[in-house]
Write a new protein. Sequence first.
Length: 234
Amino acid sequence: MLSFVGLGLWDERDITVKGLEEVRNCDVAYAEFYTSKMGVGIERIEELAGKKIHVLSREEVEDGERILHEAEKKHVCLLAGGDTMAATTHVDLRIRAVERGIPTRVVHGVSIVSAAAGLLGLQVYKFGKVVSIARPQPNFFPLSPYDAIRDNMTMGLHSLLLLDTTGGYMTANEALELLLEMEERKRENLIGEDTPIAVVARVSSDDALARAGCLGELRKQDFGSTPHSVVLFG
């Protein structure tokens, strides 16, 4: 049996009762935090679950053989922040498990997609494609986020921007500077200092933040500790 358990967004209290029972009852518990990091360390989750949780690397999850091999004989749980099925890697792993005759179960968790909308007082159905903002690499500056935002705006839909976690959390300020750089390269007059946006930080924590204004104003503000997400209004 292979169970996928969403941990929610911030700390060990975000996991559902059903998810906690699943972890407590499994034989082996794994976790990955490259798709969605948490606001607390794994030790807090282990203490609540009363079980050792082995943290896997991105390569181990994408390869999947260690997980699938054990799930053929034992009840294995794979824990991840947010809602576990929001990650394409997990969807692929579940398909591979089914193809090998391994029973699967999904215990959903709180997702930033709905939580950010709720914190800002927006309707989820008014959001378009979720957009990932990655840090530029040498000789590569990704512009596909700009195209996705344009498509959403054309349809009158909001854009939720999920920020890079590779090499440390990207701040909203860094993301806004990248958006302006994209505009400088694309020159379609889509994004500028007067563009209305919102920033959310530490969603689901006791000091969650939600702030709206013009891009030019917000990019100079301090939103405190990460994780941050950005919304561009449609």
